[in-house]
Design a protein around this ligand. Structure first.
Ligand SMILES: *[C@@H]1O[C@H](CO)[C@@H](O)[C@H](O)[C@H]1NC(C)=O
Ligand SMILES: *[C@@H]1O[C@H](CO)[C@@H](O)[C@H](O)[C@H]1NC(C)=O
Ligand SMILES: *[C@@H]1O[C@H](CO)[C@@H](O)[C@H](O)[C@H]1NC(C)=O
Ligand SMILES: *[C@@H]1O[C@H](CO)[C@@H](O)[C@H](O)[C@H]1NC(C)=O
Length: 801
């Protein structure tokens, strides 16, 4: 029997050997310290979800209103208003579908009725104190309207004005296309496409008292099939006349800019007070300039790997409103190579590029070169103001300035990221980044930017960049990886409320909400809290809890920069032990000679490296177990193939993280020989068949067998090895059925046991239990043999009592 089990394990061993060993003991810097599944997030009260309406989807357009305590969300045919405290509690919804006529027209035009001919909300912007401006695709016929939300939170108004405006130049026609928009001073700035075919892309300014204005049409030097991801206003000086609008987008590289087809990430600039030209560029921007954003890593072969597909940007404000830090998320264009990166840019670098040489070429067959000639005055891109330009309006610009601006919209130099490289790169994973928000967190040893990165599989990564010595050497620490949607789906919208300390996430299937921190999950001990290096959390004397910089508590321990529990917590070691925190698991496991056993040791932190020590007895010296033919160290624990009698002894599982070592597990392994096990099973089968046998557990040897049974059948590691092999063999469904059956059997057995006890049967417990275990053991045996007979036998076994 042991041999059968052994050969089953052997198959697993081969696979384990190939897959796990090499990976197990490598550095684990890119591994999240904590990984929480969707179920775990829900169970630990760390996730609130809105699972979407049956007739809606695409919960992609977010507007956060912290003052009113609401999150307004635009989706397919609907607008929602959620309570920031709890999105599932009391939300309001407005249905705004396209009219049946529009839907018919859309269908006749050859579009997909169910997927495209609806009103997908794309613009949601604050308009005045009481109203929002809202636009949707309107079944390939963009429409806009005003949404009344009231002045104060108590007003609880949520009503769409019946009056509908033309949405061209505000929302795209095609729901697949993005719009980046911003409404300031009654004017809407939008990067979008303005035609049915999705070819006329432009940056528009509409609404307000001025004539609408846009980028030059049908000029690929200005825009070349762009996809807009963000618009922001950034002041240039203390004079509002110099205010600039910055747009972030990706587009096809300009003709001649790149060999072959390529995507480039861009930042574009405009003056807020641009009114267009007088004789040429009438109702067109005269101050539009764009520059390439580079995010790349040097390759070993001298060729850089470029991340060009800009996905999202987040502006982190600093003390100086003129100089926010720009966080941008990129993916690769390659079909073969999947990768994502985050790069950071400074406004100083961006302004330097816009003040640098313009990209110039003398004709279609020439190369792009830095323009060397005389740049007309005032320099194109300068805003009309008293500060820099010395002119009142763009309509006064000399003709030669407008002509130059028209043919030189691109800058020659690209913008490089801070430190010339990404702060995060992820290439060896099966997902890509989609969204980013950043929170500034005050910690004991300084201020940290904590990034929340959304992925295309419905997960959030929480990452902090910690300076190693200087700001030029950053260490990226992946704190948590959390699944926030019930199925893999791309995260398309993300908002962070500092007031509520919550994160809100939008996808095709719904909206989710989660707190920014869950300190208690790291564990109760000082060392665990310290190792977590989460700037939101500190050990407060009794547990790991939210860190508040204001509260003065001497017991508070936190060390983000070094994560060193030795300096922070060494005096508390005794305390931790007293409280039974960081508890050392101490257990006994029985193994059968010539079979295999698995000692599970899974540290809570995924970043910890584990290693094993062996001790023959308590006073014997400890020796490290190295992998060899019989001992295989895996990420889940230690696998021992072909147990020998001499393997009996004490096994210690040690976890090392950030130079701090702790013992997680102490296992006493006892190896018993096969003959004795068979003897036992034989005896027990007989006992099971011949019903009431009160004498079964009476002899000492029987007691020992009973214990063996208990440890073999209830051995937690049997399950984990099973699960692991199941994963490898992809026989999940079949086994799950079997498992469910086993659980059912155990339940039946327990019920019967209870009934028996209620009936007042004297001490049936031991025998009953042994029988139940025999059934379980047999089941496991059958399972390894892969026979179907087991069902019948199992059903019989407990009932024969
Ligand atoms: C979608 O269903 C909801 C009920 O779940 C209803 O209130 C709403 O009017 C429907 N929307 C459309 C556009 O039919
Ligand atoms: C949110 O509200 C729902 C419904 O009222 C409730 O079941 C849930 O416990 C609340 N969650 C939190 C975190 O308050
Ligand atoms: C806001 O704009 C709406 C739509 O134009 C208008 O009806 C409303 O009176 C305005 N509210 C305020 C306070 O100006
Ligand atoms: C264990 O395996 C060894 C070598 O294969 C064999 O000689 C020995 O008899 C086996 N022991 C038992 C108890 O089966």
């Amino acid at each position: 029997m042991g041999c059968l089990w052994g050969s089953f394990m052997l198959l697993c061993v081969v696979i384990l050997l190939g897959m796990e060993e090499s990976r197990a003991q490598q550095t684990k810097n890119n591994v999240p310290r904590l990984k929480l599944s969707y179920k775990e997030m829900l169970a630990s009260n760390n996730l609130v979800t809105f699972d979407g309406l049956a007739n809606s989807s695409a919960y992609h357009t977010f507007l956060l209103d912290e003052e009113k305590g609401r999150l307004v969300v635009g989706a397919k045919d609907h607008i929602f208003s959620f309570n920031l405290l709890n999105i599932s509690k009391d939300y309001a919804q407005i249905s705004w579908p396209a009219s049946p006529t529009r839907r018919d027209e859309c269908k006749w035009a050859g579009k997909d009725l169910s997927r495209e001919c609806s009103n997908f909300i794309k613009v949601l912007q604050p308009f005045n104190q009481t109203h929002l401006y809202v636009c949707g695709t309107g079944a390939f016929h963009p429409v806009c309207s005003y949404l009344e939300v009231g002045k104060k939170p108590e007003d609880s108004v949520f009503r769409l004005e019946p009056h509908v405006e033309n949405g061209r130049g505000k929302s795209p026609y095609d729901p697949k296309l993005l719009t980046a928009s911003m409404l300031i001073d009654g004017e809407l700035y939008a990067g979008t496409s303005a035609d049915f075919m999705g070819r006329d892309f432009a940056i528009f300014r509409t609404l307000g008292k001025h004539h609408p204005i846009r980028t030059e049409q049908h000029d690929s030097r200005w825009l070349n099939d762009p996809r807009f991801v963000g618009v922001h206003l950034i002041p240039e000086s203390d004079n509002p006349e110099d205010d600039k609008i910055y747009l972030f987008f990706r587009e096809n590289a300009m003709d001649g800019e790149h060999v072959g087809k390529a995507t480039h990430a861009r930042i574009g600039q405009l003056c807020k007070n641009d009114l267009g030209g007088h004789r040429s560029l009438v109702n067109k921007w005269t101050t539009f300039l764009k520059a390439r954003l580079i995010c790349s890593v040097p390759g070993s072969n001298g060729i850089d790997t470029h991340f060009d597909e800009l996905q999202d940007v987040f502006l982190m404000s600093t003390k100086d409103p003129k100089s926010p830090v720009i966080y941008a998320v990129f993916t690769t264009s390659s079909n073969i190579f999947k990768g994502s990166a985050v790069c950071m840019y400074s406004m100083t670098d961006i302004r330097r590029v816009f003040l640098g040489p313009y990209a110039h070429r003398d004709g279609p067959n020439y190369q792009w070169v830095p323009f060397q000639g005389r740049v007309p005055y005032p320099r194109p891109g300068t805003c009309p103001s008293k500060t820099f330009g010395g002119f009142d309006t763009t309509k006064d610009l000399p003709d030669e300035v407008v002509t130059f601006a028209r043919s030189h919209p691109a800058m020659f130099n690209p913008v490089y990221p801070i430190n010339n490289r990404p702060i995060i790169v992820k290439t060896d994973v099966d997902y890509q980044f989609t969204q980013i928000v950043v929170d500034k967190v005050e910690a004991e040893d300084g201020q940290y930017d904590v990034m929340f990165i959304g992925t295309d599989i419905g997960t959030i990564l929480k990452v902090v960049s910690i300076p190693r010595g200087s700001w030029h050497d950053l260490e990226e620490v992946l704190l948590e990886e959390m699944t926030v949607f019930r199925e893999p789906t791309a995260i398309k919208a993300m908002e962070l409320s500092t007031k509520q300390q919550q994160l809100y996430l939008g996808s095709d299937i719904g909206v989710s909400q989660m707190p920014l921190h869950r300190c208690e999950v790291y564990g109760k001990a000082c060392a665990e809290c310290c190792l977590a290096r989460d700037p939101y959390c500190a050990w407060d004397g009794t547990e790991c809890s939210r860190y508040f910089p204001m509260a003065k508590r001497r017991t508070r321990r936190q060390d983000i920069r070094n994560g060193d529990p030795l300096t922070q917590c060494s005096d508390l070691q005794h305390h931790d032990e007293l409280n039974g925190q960081m508890t050392l698991l101490d257990k006994t496991v029985y193994g059968v000679e010539n079979s295999s056993t698995f000692l599970e040791c899974n540290p809570k932190s995924q970043r910890a490296l584990t290693y094993w020590q062996y001790q023959r007895s308590f006073d014997d010296h400890k020796q490290e177990i190295r992998s060899d033919e019989r001992f295989i160290r895996t990420e889940q624990g230690l696998l021992i193939r072909t147990l020998h009698k001499k393997d009996s002894g004490i096994y210690l599982c040690q976890a090392v993280e950030h130079g701090f070592m702790q013992t997680l597990l102490k296992v006493t392994l006892e190896v018993i020989d096969t003959n004795r096990l068979e003897e036992l099973l034989h005896h027990d089968e007989e006992a099971a068949a011949s019903a009431p046998a009160q004498d079964l557990p009476s002899t000492p040897s029987h007691k020992l067998w009973y214990r063996d049974f208990l440890s073999l059948v209830n051995h937690p590691t049997l399950n984990s090895v099973d699960e692991f092999c199941e994963q490898v063999w992809k026989r999940e469904r079949k086994h799950r059925k079997q498992k469910a059956h086993l659980v059912q059997q155990v339940q039946i057995h327990q019920q019967q046991q209870q009934q028996q006890q209620q009936k007042g049967v004297v001490n049936p417990h031991t025998h009953m239990h042994a029988q139940g275990l025999a059934a379980k053991w047999k089941h496991l045996q059958e399972r390894q043999k892969g026979r179907n007979r087991r069902t019948h036998e199992l059903e019989r076994a407990p009932r024969s009592v």
